[in-house]
Design a protein around this ligand. Structure first.
Ligand code: HOZ
Length: 434
Protein backbone atom coordinates (compact mmCIF):
# COMPACT_ATOMS: atom_id res chain seq x y z
CA UNK A 1 0.00 0.00 0.00
CA UNK A 2 1.31 3.44 -0.92
CA UNK A 3 1.50 5.68 2.12
CA UNK A 4 -0.21 9.04 1.76
CA UNK A 5 0.58 10.84 5.02
CA UNK A 6 -0.66 14.28 3.90
CA UNK A 7 -3.96 12.88 2.64
CA UNK A 8 -4.39 10.85 5.81
CA UNK A 9 -3.82 13.90 8.00
CA UNK A 10 -6.29 15.99 5.98
CA UNK A 11 -8.90 13.24 6.05
CA UNK A 12 -8.52 12.81 9.82
CA UNK A 13 -9.12 16.54 10.22
CA UNK A 14 -11.99 16.54 7.73
CA UNK A 15 -13.78 13.82 9.68
CA UNK A 16 -14.07 16.21 12.62
CA UNK A 17 -15.89 18.88 10.63
CA UNK A 18 -17.51 17.31 7.57
CA UNK A 19 -19.89 14.32 7.78
CA UNK A 20 -17.85 11.31 6.63
CA UNK A 21 -15.05 13.74 5.78
CA UNK A 22 -16.44 14.41 2.31
CA UNK A 23 -18.93 16.67 0.57
CA UNK A 24 -20.34 13.91 -1.63
CA UNK A 25 -20.51 10.34 -0.32
CA UNK A 26 -18.87 8.30 -3.08
CA UNK A 27 -15.64 10.22 -2.58
CA UNK A 28 -15.16 8.66 0.87
CA UNK A 29 -13.88 5.38 -0.67
CA UNK A 30 -16.17 3.37 1.59
CA UNK A 31 -17.28 1.22 -1.34
CA UNK A 32 -13.70 0.15 -1.98
CA UNK A 33 -12.17 0.44 1.47
CA UNK A 34 -9.21 2.55 2.49
CA UNK A 35 -9.11 6.32 2.60
CA UNK A 36 -9.52 8.96 -0.09
CA UNK A 37 -6.52 10.89 -1.31
CA UNK A 38 -6.63 14.68 -1.49
CA UNK A 39 -5.84 16.54 -4.70
CA UNK A 40 -3.31 19.30 -4.99
CA UNK A 41 -3.84 20.10 -8.64
CA UNK A 42 -4.92 18.60 -11.95
CA UNK A 43 -4.04 19.18 -15.59
CA UNK A 44 -5.01 17.42 -18.80
CA UNK A 45 -5.82 13.78 -17.92
CA UNK A 46 -3.77 13.73 -14.72
CA UNK A 47 -4.30 14.63 -11.06
CA UNK A 48 -1.54 15.15 -8.51
CA UNK A 49 -2.23 14.20 -4.92
CA UNK A 50 -1.11 16.35 -1.99
CA UNK A 51 1.36 13.51 -1.37
CA UNK A 52 3.01 14.09 -4.72
CA UNK A 53 1.67 11.11 -6.69
CA UNK A 54 0.68 11.66 -10.32
CA UNK A 55 -2.38 9.65 -11.39
CA UNK A 56 -4.02 9.03 -14.75
CA UNK A 57 -7.58 10.13 -14.04
CA UNK A 58 -10.68 8.39 -15.41
CA UNK A 59 -13.12 10.18 -13.10
CA UNK A 60 -12.66 13.56 -14.79
CA UNK A 61 -14.49 15.34 -11.99
CA UNK A 62 -17.36 12.87 -12.63
CA UNK A 63 -17.82 13.95 -16.23
CA UNK A 64 -17.24 17.67 -16.72
CA UNK A 65 -13.54 17.38 -17.65
CA UNK A 66 -14.17 16.15 -21.20
CA UNK A 67 -11.31 18.35 -22.43
CA UNK A 68 -9.08 17.34 -19.54
CA UNK A 69 -8.45 19.31 -16.37
CA UNK A 70 -7.55 23.00 -16.32
CA UNK A 71 -8.00 23.46 -20.06
CA UNK A 72 -6.20 26.75 -20.86
CA UNK A 73 -9.17 28.26 -22.76
CA UNK A 74 -11.59 27.48 -19.94
CA UNK A 75 -9.25 28.88 -17.29
CA UNK A 76 -8.71 32.04 -19.35
CA UNK A 77 -12.47 32.46 -19.83
CA UNK A 78 -13.10 32.13 -16.08
CA UNK A 79 -10.35 34.62 -15.23
CA UNK A 80 -11.63 37.14 -17.75
CA UNK A 81 -15.20 36.79 -16.52
CA UNK A 82 -14.11 37.08 -12.86
CA UNK A 83 -12.49 40.42 -13.58
CA UNK A 84 -15.97 41.74 -14.36
CA UNK A 85 -17.57 40.40 -11.17
CA UNK A 86 -18.48 36.97 -9.86
CA UNK A 87 -22.28 37.18 -9.67
CA UNK A 88 -24.89 39.79 -10.45
CA UNK A 89 -28.38 38.33 -10.07
CA UNK A 90 -29.09 40.46 -13.15
CA UNK A 91 -29.14 39.08 -16.70
CA UNK A 92 -25.67 38.93 -18.28
CA UNK A 93 -24.70 38.42 -21.93
CA UNK A 94 -23.09 35.00 -21.31
CA UNK A 95 -26.54 33.58 -20.53
CA UNK A 96 -27.77 34.40 -24.03
CA UNK A 97 -24.65 32.99 -25.65
CA UNK A 98 -24.79 29.66 -23.84
CA UNK A 99 -28.55 29.30 -24.41
CA UNK A 100 -28.02 29.83 -28.14
CA UNK A 101 -25.17 27.33 -28.17
CA UNK A 102 -27.19 24.65 -26.36
CA UNK A 103 -30.21 25.18 -28.62
CA UNK A 104 -28.02 24.96 -31.70
CA UNK A 105 -26.34 21.74 -30.53
CA UNK A 106 -29.19 19.72 -29.03
CA UNK A 107 -31.83 18.79 -31.60
CA UNK A 108 -34.84 18.71 -29.26
CA UNK A 109 -34.12 21.88 -27.31
CA UNK A 110 -35.87 25.07 -28.42
CA UNK A 111 -35.56 26.90 -25.12
CA UNK A 112 -33.34 26.30 -22.11
CA UNK A 113 -33.22 27.47 -18.48
CA UNK A 114 -29.90 27.43 -16.61
CA UNK A 115 -29.66 26.33 -12.99
CA UNK A 116 -26.87 25.21 -10.66
CA UNK A 117 -26.66 21.41 -10.65
CA UNK A 118 -27.94 18.29 -12.34
CA UNK A 119 -30.11 17.65 -9.29
CA UNK A 120 -31.81 21.03 -9.71
CA UNK A 121 -32.24 20.42 -13.43
CA UNK A 122 -34.01 17.08 -12.92
CA UNK A 123 -36.12 18.36 -10.03
CA UNK A 124 -37.25 21.30 -12.16
CA UNK A 125 -37.89 19.21 -15.27
CA UNK A 126 -40.14 16.89 -13.24
CA UNK A 127 -42.08 19.84 -11.86
CA UNK A 128 -42.42 21.27 -15.35
CA UNK A 129 -43.63 17.96 -16.77
CA UNK A 130 -46.26 17.77 -14.03
CA UNK A 131 -47.30 21.39 -14.53
CA UNK A 132 -47.54 21.01 -18.30
CA UNK A 133 -49.51 17.77 -18.31
CA UNK A 134 -51.56 18.38 -15.17
CA UNK A 135 -50.62 14.83 -14.06
CA UNK A 136 -48.70 13.66 -10.99
CA UNK A 137 -47.05 10.33 -11.73
CA UNK A 138 -43.48 9.97 -12.91
CA UNK A 139 -41.89 6.77 -14.19
CA UNK A 140 -38.20 6.15 -13.54
CA UNK A 141 -35.90 3.14 -13.89
CA UNK A 142 -34.17 1.34 -11.07
CA UNK A 143 -30.49 2.14 -10.88
CA UNK A 144 -30.99 5.43 -12.70
CA UNK A 145 -29.91 8.43 -10.65
CA UNK A 146 -31.38 11.85 -11.24
CA UNK A 147 -29.79 13.72 -8.36
CA UNK A 148 -30.84 13.79 -4.75
CA UNK A 149 -34.23 15.44 -5.01
CA UNK A 150 -36.80 13.72 -2.76
CA UNK A 151 -39.22 12.27 -5.28
CA UNK A 152 -36.44 10.77 -7.41
CA UNK A 153 -34.49 9.09 -4.61
CA UNK A 154 -36.30 5.84 -5.19
CA UNK A 155 -34.29 2.80 -6.29
CA UNK A 156 -31.63 5.35 -7.18
CA UNK A 157 -28.11 4.69 -8.43
CA UNK A 158 -24.79 6.42 -7.72
CA UNK A 159 -23.95 6.98 -4.04
CA UNK A 160 -27.45 5.95 -2.97
CA UNK A 161 -26.86 2.52 -4.47
CA UNK A 162 -23.19 2.32 -3.52
CA UNK A 163 -24.05 2.69 0.16
CA UNK A 164 -27.13 0.49 0.05
CA UNK A 165 -29.72 3.24 0.52
CA UNK A 166 -31.37 3.50 -2.90
CA UNK A 167 -34.46 4.72 -1.04
CA UNK A 168 -33.10 7.42 1.27
CA UNK A 169 -34.12 7.95 4.88
CA UNK A 170 -35.68 11.36 5.39
CA UNK A 171 -37.94 11.16 2.35
CA UNK A 172 -41.58 10.92 3.48
CA UNK A 173 -43.48 8.14 1.71
CA UNK A 174 -45.99 10.73 0.55
CA UNK A 175 -43.24 12.47 -1.44
CA UNK A 176 -42.55 9.37 -3.51
CA UNK A 177 -46.05 7.96 -3.86
CA UNK A 178 -46.23 9.32 -7.40
CA UNK A 179 -42.90 7.80 -8.46
CA UNK A 180 -43.19 4.47 -10.28
CA UNK A 181 -40.01 2.43 -10.72
CA UNK A 182 -39.47 -0.14 -13.47
CA UNK A 183 -36.44 -2.15 -14.65
CA UNK A 184 -34.38 -0.58 -17.45
CA UNK A 185 -34.58 -2.24 -20.87
CA UNK A 186 -37.87 -3.92 -19.92
CA UNK A 187 -40.57 -3.04 -22.45
CA UNK A 188 -43.29 -5.17 -20.86
CA UNK A 189 -42.87 -3.55 -17.44
CA UNK A 190 -43.28 -0.08 -18.95
CA UNK A 191 -46.36 -1.17 -20.91
CA UNK A 192 -47.95 -2.56 -17.74
CA UNK A 193 -47.34 0.67 -15.86
CA UNK A 194 -48.97 2.72 -18.60
CA UNK A 195 -52.00 0.48 -18.81
CA UNK A 196 -52.44 0.49 -15.02
CA UNK A 197 -52.13 4.29 -14.75
CA UNK A 198 -54.14 5.63 -17.67
CA UNK A 199 -54.00 9.43 -18.06
CA UNK A 200 -52.02 9.78 -14.84
CA UNK A 201 -48.39 9.64 -16.00
CA UNK A 202 -46.80 13.06 -16.46
CA UNK A 203 -43.67 11.56 -17.92
CA UNK A 204 -40.81 9.11 -17.99
CA UNK A 205 -37.41 10.32 -16.81
CA UNK A 206 -34.50 8.22 -18.01
CA UNK A 207 -30.75 8.32 -18.37
CA UNK A 208 -30.64 7.20 -22.02
CA UNK A 209 -27.37 5.43 -21.23
CA UNK A 210 -27.53 4.76 -17.49
CA UNK A 211 -24.20 5.72 -15.92
CA UNK A 212 -24.97 5.62 -12.23
CA UNK A 213 -25.03 1.87 -11.67
CA UNK A 214 -21.82 1.39 -13.59
CA UNK A 215 -22.73 1.71 -17.26
CA UNK A 216 -25.17 -0.22 -19.41
CA UNK A 217 -26.62 0.56 -22.78
CA UNK A 218 -30.20 0.71 -24.05
CA UNK A 219 -31.12 -2.39 -26.04
CA UNK A 220 -31.88 -1.63 -29.71
CA UNK A 221 -35.40 -0.16 -29.91
CA UNK A 222 -35.80 0.53 -26.19
CA UNK A 223 -35.44 4.32 -26.37
CA UNK A 224 -37.63 4.38 -29.49
CA UNK A 225 -40.25 2.44 -27.54
CA UNK A 226 -40.13 4.96 -24.69
CA UNK A 227 -40.64 7.75 -27.22
CA UNK A 228 -43.63 5.99 -28.75
CA UNK A 229 -45.40 5.01 -25.55
CA UNK A 230 -45.06 8.45 -23.97
CA UNK A 231 -46.33 10.16 -27.13
CA UNK A 232 -49.24 7.74 -27.38
CA UNK A 233 -50.31 8.48 -23.80
CA UNK A 234 -49.83 12.25 -23.76
CA UNK A 235 -46.89 11.88 -21.35
CA UNK A 236 -43.53 13.59 -21.69
CA UNK A 237 -40.23 11.86 -22.33
CA UNK A 238 -37.44 13.41 -20.26
CA UNK A 239 -33.86 12.50 -21.08
CA UNK A 240 -31.48 13.01 -18.18
CA UNK A 241 -28.38 13.95 -20.15
CA UNK A 242 -26.44 15.31 -17.19
CA UNK A 243 -23.70 12.77 -17.96
CA UNK A 244 -24.31 12.01 -21.62
CA UNK A 245 -25.06 15.55 -22.84
CA UNK A 246 -22.32 16.98 -25.08
CA UNK A 247 -20.33 13.80 -24.33
CA UNK A 248 -21.76 11.00 -26.46
CA UNK A 249 -22.18 13.42 -29.36
CA UNK A 250 -22.41 17.24 -29.65
CA UNK A 251 -26.16 16.78 -29.20
CA UNK A 252 -25.79 14.09 -26.53
CA UNK A 253 -27.34 10.62 -26.40
CA UNK A 254 -30.45 11.87 -28.17
CA UNK A 255 -28.40 12.73 -31.23
CA UNK A 256 -26.39 9.51 -31.02
CA UNK A 257 -29.54 7.36 -30.84
CA UNK A 258 -31.76 9.60 -32.99
CA UNK A 259 -34.52 10.16 -30.41
CA UNK A 260 -36.31 13.45 -29.76
CA UNK A 261 -37.31 13.77 -26.10
CA UNK A 262 -39.72 16.46 -24.92
CA UNK A 263 -37.43 17.71 -22.17
CA UNK A 264 -33.75 17.17 -21.41
CA UNK A 265 -31.60 17.87 -18.40
CA UNK A 266 -27.94 18.82 -18.45
CA UNK A 267 -25.03 19.66 -16.16
CA UNK A 268 -21.36 18.78 -15.88
CA UNK A 269 -19.78 19.64 -19.29
CA UNK A 270 -21.82 22.84 -19.79
CA UNK A 271 -20.19 24.33 -16.68
CA UNK A 272 -16.64 23.64 -17.80
CA UNK A 273 -15.96 22.38 -14.26
CA UNK A 274 -17.95 25.04 -12.42
CA UNK A 275 -21.30 24.25 -10.76
CA UNK A 276 -24.07 24.29 -13.34
CA UNK A 277 -27.24 22.60 -14.54
CA UNK A 278 -29.80 23.26 -17.25
CA UNK A 279 -33.05 21.89 -18.58
CA UNK A 280 -34.62 22.53 -21.92
CA UNK A 281 -37.02 21.29 -24.53
CA UNK A 282 -39.97 22.23 -26.67
CA UNK A 283 -40.83 25.92 -26.43
CA UNK A 284 -44.50 25.31 -25.61
CA UNK A 285 -43.43 23.27 -22.56
CA UNK A 286 -40.61 25.58 -21.47
CA UNK A 287 -42.91 28.58 -21.69
CA UNK A 288 -44.94 27.15 -18.81
CA UNK A 289 -42.10 28.30 -16.54
CA UNK A 290 -42.35 31.49 -14.49
CA UNK A 291 -42.43 34.36 -15.40
CA UNK A 292 -44.40 33.28 -18.50
CA UNK A 293 -46.31 30.42 -16.94
CA UNK A 294 -47.44 28.93 -13.63
CA UNK A 295 -44.54 26.53 -12.96
CA UNK A 296 -42.16 28.18 -10.52
CA UNK A 297 -38.39 27.76 -10.68
CA UNK A 298 -35.64 30.19 -9.69
CA UNK A 299 -32.05 30.57 -8.43
CA UNK A 300 -29.80 33.35 -7.10
CA UNK A 301 -26.73 31.96 -8.86
CA UNK A 302 -28.50 30.65 -11.98
CA UNK A 303 -26.76 31.90 -15.11
CA UNK A 304 -23.69 32.75 -13.04
CA UNK A 305 -21.23 34.59 -15.32
CA UNK A 306 -18.21 32.47 -14.36
CA UNK A 307 -20.02 29.20 -14.92
CA UNK A 308 -21.51 30.46 -18.19
CA UNK A 309 -18.13 31.69 -19.45
CA UNK A 310 -16.52 28.36 -18.57
CA UNK A 311 -19.33 26.42 -20.24
CA UNK A 312 -19.18 28.52 -23.39
CA UNK A 313 -15.42 27.98 -23.64
CA UNK A 314 -15.91 24.22 -23.21
CA UNK A 315 -18.67 23.98 -25.82
CA UNK A 316 -16.76 26.13 -28.29
CA UNK A 317 -13.63 24.03 -27.84
CA UNK A 318 -15.65 20.86 -28.36
CA UNK A 319 -16.73 22.27 -31.71
CA UNK A 320 -13.13 22.65 -32.81
CA UNK A 321 -11.23 20.04 -34.82
CA UNK A 322 -8.00 19.07 -33.09
CA UNK A 323 -5.45 18.54 -35.80
CA UNK A 324 -7.13 15.99 -38.06
CA UNK A 325 -9.61 14.61 -35.52
CA UNK A 326 -12.78 16.14 -34.11
CA UNK A 327 -12.94 15.83 -30.31
CA UNK A 328 -15.76 13.28 -30.64
CA UNK A 329 -13.82 11.13 -33.09
CA UNK A 330 -10.85 11.29 -30.73
CA UNK A 331 -12.99 10.23 -27.76
CA UNK A 332 -14.43 7.35 -29.77
CA UNK A 333 -10.95 6.19 -30.81
CA UNK A 334 -9.59 6.42 -27.29
CA UNK A 335 -12.62 4.51 -26.00
CA UNK A 336 -12.13 1.74 -28.56
CA UNK A 337 -8.41 1.44 -27.69
CA UNK A 338 -9.12 1.29 -23.98
CA UNK A 339 -11.85 -1.28 -24.53
CA UNK A 340 -9.58 -3.51 -26.62
CA UNK A 341 -6.73 -3.25 -24.11
CA UNK A 342 -8.83 -3.95 -21.02
CA UNK A 343 -10.72 -6.82 -22.63
CA UNK A 344 -7.45 -8.34 -23.70
CA UNK A 345 -6.00 -7.96 -20.19
CA UNK A 346 -9.03 -9.71 -18.67
CA UNK A 347 -9.05 -12.48 -21.27
CA UNK A 348 -5.32 -13.20 -20.92
CA UNK A 349 -5.73 -13.51 -17.16
CA UNK A 350 -8.88 -15.61 -17.49
CA UNK A 351 -10.93 -13.15 -15.41
CA UNK A 352 -14.57 -12.83 -16.49
CA UNK A 353 -15.28 -9.15 -17.16
CA UNK A 354 -18.07 -7.35 -18.96
CA UNK A 355 -16.59 -4.16 -20.35
CA UNK A 356 -19.50 -1.88 -21.21
CA UNK A 357 -18.73 1.23 -23.21
CA UNK A 358 -20.55 3.98 -25.03
CA UNK A 359 -18.16 6.48 -26.64
CA UNK A 360 -16.02 7.91 -23.86
CA UNK A 361 -18.02 6.38 -20.96
CA UNK A 362 -17.18 2.90 -19.68
CA UNK A 363 -17.44 0.42 -16.85
CA UNK A 364 -15.92 -2.97 -16.01
CA UNK A 365 -18.19 -5.47 -14.26
CA UNK A 366 -16.61 -8.62 -12.88
CA UNK A 367 -19.13 -11.13 -14.14
CA UNK A 368 -19.45 -13.51 -17.08
CA UNK A 369 -23.05 -12.49 -17.88
CA UNK A 370 -23.96 -9.43 -19.96
CA UNK A 371 -25.14 -6.39 -17.96
CA UNK A 372 -28.30 -4.71 -19.31
CA UNK A 373 -29.94 -3.47 -16.12
CA UNK A 374 -29.50 -3.05 -12.38
CA UNK A 375 -30.25 -6.70 -11.55
CA UNK A 376 -27.47 -7.78 -13.91
CA UNK A 377 -25.10 -5.16 -12.45
CA UNK A 378 -25.78 -6.41 -8.94
CA UNK A 379 -24.50 -9.85 -9.95
CA UNK A 380 -20.98 -8.54 -10.56
CA UNK A 381 -18.29 -9.51 -8.06
CA UNK A 382 -17.76 -6.35 -6.05
CA UNK A 383 -14.94 -7.84 -3.99
CA UNK A 384 -13.01 -8.28 -7.21
CA UNK A 385 -13.82 -4.72 -8.21
CA UNK A 386 -12.35 -3.46 -4.91
CA UNK A 387 -9.12 -5.37 -5.44
CA UNK A 388 -8.95 -4.18 -9.05
CA UNK A 389 -9.57 -0.56 -8.02
CA UNK A 390 -6.76 -0.59 -5.44
CA UNK A 391 -4.33 -2.39 -7.73
CA UNK A 392 -4.97 0.25 -10.40
CA UNK A 393 -4.53 3.10 -7.92
CA UNK A 394 -1.26 1.64 -6.66
CA UNK A 395 -0.13 1.58 -10.28
CA UNK A 396 -1.06 5.25 -10.75
CA UNK A 397 -4.48 4.92 -12.40
CA UNK A 398 -7.51 6.44 -10.74
CA UNK A 399 -10.91 4.86 -11.46
CA UNK A 400 -14.17 5.84 -9.78
CA UNK A 401 -14.14 4.41 -6.25
CA UNK A 402 -17.36 2.45 -6.72
CA UNK A 403 -18.59 -0.33 -8.97
CA UNK A 404 -21.67 1.80 -9.55
CA UNK A 405 -20.10 4.76 -11.31
CA UNK A 406 -19.00 5.20 -14.91
CA UNK A 407 -15.48 5.96 -16.07
CA UNK A 408 -14.83 8.95 -18.32
CA UNK A 409 -12.22 9.57 -20.98
CA UNK A 410 -11.17 13.04 -22.03
CA UNK A 411 -9.66 14.40 -25.22
CA UNK A 412 -6.53 14.99 -23.12
CA UNK A 413 -5.86 11.28 -22.53
CA UNK A 414 -2.82 10.21 -24.54
CA UNK A 415 -1.61 6.97 -26.04
CA UNK A 416 0.91 6.81 -23.19
CA UNK A 417 -1.91 7.17 -20.62
CA UNK A 418 -3.80 4.32 -22.21
CA UNK A 419 -0.71 2.17 -22.44
CA UNK A 420 0.01 2.71 -18.74
CA UNK A 421 -3.64 1.88 -17.93
CA UNK A 422 -3.70 -1.31 -19.95
CA UNK A 423 -0.40 -2.50 -18.44
CA UNK A 424 -1.69 -1.77 -14.95
CA UNK A 425 -4.92 -3.60 -15.75
CA UNK A 426 -3.03 -6.63 -17.09
CA UNK A 427 -1.05 -6.91 -13.86
CA UNK A 428 -4.18 -6.31 -11.73
CA UNK A 429 -6.14 -8.97 -13.62
CA UNK A 430 -3.29 -11.48 -13.23
CA UNK A 431 -3.31 -10.83 -9.49
CA UNK A 432 -7.08 -11.32 -9.42
CA UNK A 433 -6.80 -14.68 -11.15
CA UNK A 434 -4.41 -16.03 -8.49
N1 HOZ B 1 -23.10 11.31 -7.84
C1 HOZ B 1 -21.92 11.69 -8.50
C2 HOZ B 1 -21.54 10.77 -9.59
N2 HOZ B 1 -22.57 10.04 -10.19
C3 HOZ B 1 -20.79 11.80 -7.53
C4 HOZ B 1 -20.34 13.16 -7.47
C5 HOZ B 1 -19.18 13.42 -6.53
O1 HOZ B 1 -18.99 12.69 -5.57
O2 HOZ B 1 -18.48 14.40 -6.73
Amino acid sequence: MISRPQSEALFAEALNYIPGGVNSPVRAFRAVGGQPFFVNHAAAAHVWTVDGEELVDYVGTWGPAILGHAHPKIIAAIKAAADHGTSFGIPNPFEVTIAKLIVSLVPSVQKVRMCNSGTEACMSAIRLARGFTGRDKIVKFDGCYHGHTDSLLVKAGSGALTFGHPDSAGVPAAFTQHTIVVPFNNVEAVKEVFSANKDQIAGIIVEPVPGNAGLYLPKPGFLEFLREITAAHGSLLIFDEVMTGFRLAPGGAQQRFGITPDLSTFGKIIGGGLPVGAFGGRAEIMDCLAPLGPVYQAGTLSGNPLAMAAGIAALEELGVSQKSETPYARLENLGAQLEAGLKDAAKSAGVPVQFNRCGSMFCSYFTSAPVHNLDDAMKSDRERFKRFFHAMLEAGVYLAPSQFEAGFLSTAHTAADLEKTVQAAAAAMRALSR
